[in-house]
Design a protein around this ligand. Structure first.
Ligand SMILES: Nc1nc2c(c(=O)[nH]1)N[C@H]1C(S)=C(S)[C@@H](COP(=O)(O)OP(=O)(O)OC[C@H]3O[C@@H](n4cnc5c(N)ncnc54)[C@H](O)[C@@H]3O)O[C@H]1N2
Ligand code: MOO
Length: 413
């Protein structure tokens, strides 16, 4: 059984140890684009075609040769008409072509005018003067968005809706994504499920549903949940079952509860007995008993039981580690630095993540903290739109600036 560490590990040290210890996930899955759910790409995506594939019009109007323009009022014949989807055609000198947005620019034409800038009547067009036009205007050149065979999105990037759109646009119908199986273990004899009648001394499990949503919504849909009683033998047997049955074996384990110092906190002890403990107890608030280790080569994140500690620890420590195992270089968003409208009078021994709201006040963004920062409550986390970070030993006065991470940025787009 481990000794209680005399000094709490700083958050930055814990994060860099986590990032260093993560190995790339070997579990991958091929998916057609319509089946992706915001996962991380496990391999680079190269363009099969130039995008756009051909020079095309950015507006509805007329295509012409710039050198055919002269003084304002010149009229030229318009014998050609080309719409989006038509095959490319050729424009003869001294002619213009009617053209529509997305249509291929005829060979010979080098400039497109908006129809509002010319007069189209009886098969001819009255044109503006050369000085009012820029050669090449309103043409989207071939290859502007992507070049054939070039990598358009790299391994480790998240499949946001816009990434899926870009991949489709370069003619790639299927991608390979990181697909780690995540096992969530809730623990504690006090817990009951939300569909059960309330019993004396029991509480409803909120960490299980919250953590499952955090994991799924951050790009890892293969989640399984199991509840463990406060019984070391049953915890140990359950872990053995998951480790030895290949059809259930997870790639990551995330537990909640049972990692503090109480006599009924068994999870860390079982982790040490069956695997190895890397570190335990951080200078983070909420989340002090955060635990990390490995069982049979599987990373094991032991989160505290308090529900807001689960939220903070997942977003700031676990998710960056999962991103690194997917090959992501950027594992945390850059924070905004914003003034606060509150005070923190007592310097803390732990880096504190306050549940705050970003407000517009007198034309400026300001952070307001929820009056109750208890790590046992979630209503303040729902009220908040992000976390403000108070470093160890800092006091704060109104107007001081703190690093702020919105929940949306932390979860990732
Ligand atoms: N003597 C000390 N006691 C405590 C310390 C300490 O340093 N010395 N640290 C406190 C801090 S900080 C935290 S955080 C908690 C975390 O303890 P555990 O990780 O062992 O978690 P539990 O004791 O199992 O549970 C804590 C709290 O959370 C509730 N809980 C647990 N699971 C769930 C769930 N799935 N859904 C909703 N709520 C859950 C549980 O009932 C407890 O109220 O330890 C402090 N104690
Ligand atoms: O770290 Mo605990 O989550 O402060 O209550």
């Amino acid at each position: 059984m481990s000794q209680i560490p005399a000094v709490l590990m700083p958050v930055e040290d814990a994060l860099s140890r986590l990032l260093d210890s993560m190995r790339p996930f070997s579990a991958v899955q091929d998916l057609v684009l319509g089946e992706t759910r915001g996962q991380y790409l496990a391999s680079d995506v190269a363009a099969r075609v130039d995008v756009p594939a051909f020079d095309n019009a950015a507006v509805d109007g007329v295509a012409l040769r710039y050198q055919d323009l002269a003084e304002p009022g010149l009229t030229l014949p318009m014998p050609l008409r080309v719409a989006a989807g038509d095959p490319p055609c050729t424009l003869m000198p001294g002619q213009v072509a009617r053209i529509f947005t997305g249509a291929p620019v005829p060979t010979g034409a080098d400039t497109v005018l908006m129809q509002e800038d010319c007069e189209i009547a009886d098969g001819r067009v009255r044109l503006p003067g050369r000085d009012d036009v820029t050669q090449g205007q309103n043409i989207r050149p071939a290859g502007q968005d992507a070049r054939r065979d070039a990598i358009v999105i790299e391994r480790g990037q998240r499949l946001t809706p816009q990434a899926v759109g870009l991949i489709a646009s370069v003619g790639v119908p299927q991608v390979t994504v990181s697909a780690p199986r995540v096992l969530i273990l809730t623990s504690g004899d006090e817990l009951q499920r939300a569909d059960e009648s309330p019993l004396p001394g029991k509480i409803y499990d909120s960490n299980g549903p919250q953590l499952e949503q955090l994991v799924v919504q951050s790009g890892f849909p293969a989640v399984r949940r199991e509840h463990l009683p406060d019984d070391p033998a049953i915890i140990s047997d359950t872990l053995t079952r998951y480790l030895t049955d290949a059809s259930q074996r997870p790639d990551v384990i995330i537990s909640t509860g049972g990692v503090s110092v109480g006599e009924e906190d068994h999870l860390r002890a079982v982790l040490e007995a069956k695997g190895s403990l890397d570190f335990w107890r951080l200078a983070i608030k909420p989340g002090k008993p955060f635990t990390f280790g490995q069982v049979d080569g599987i990373p094991f994140f032991g989160l505290p039981g308090n529900p807001s500690a689960v939220l903070v620890c997942y977003l700031t420590l676990v998710l960056p580690a999962l991103r690194r195992a997917c090959g992501a270089q950027t594992v945390l968003p850059a924070p905004q630095t914003l003034p606060v409208n509150f005070s923190v009078n007592k310097p803390g021994k732990r880096q504190e993540y306050l549940r705050v709201r970003c407000l517009q006040e007198d034309g400026e963004l300001r952070l307001q903290q929820h009056p109750n920062q208890s790590s046992g409550m979630l209503s303040s986390a729902v009220w908040a739109d992000g976390l403000a970070v108070v470093p160890v030993g800092r006091t704060v006065s109104p107007g001081d600036r703190l690093a702020y991470f919105s929940f949306a940025d932390l979860l990732g787009g």
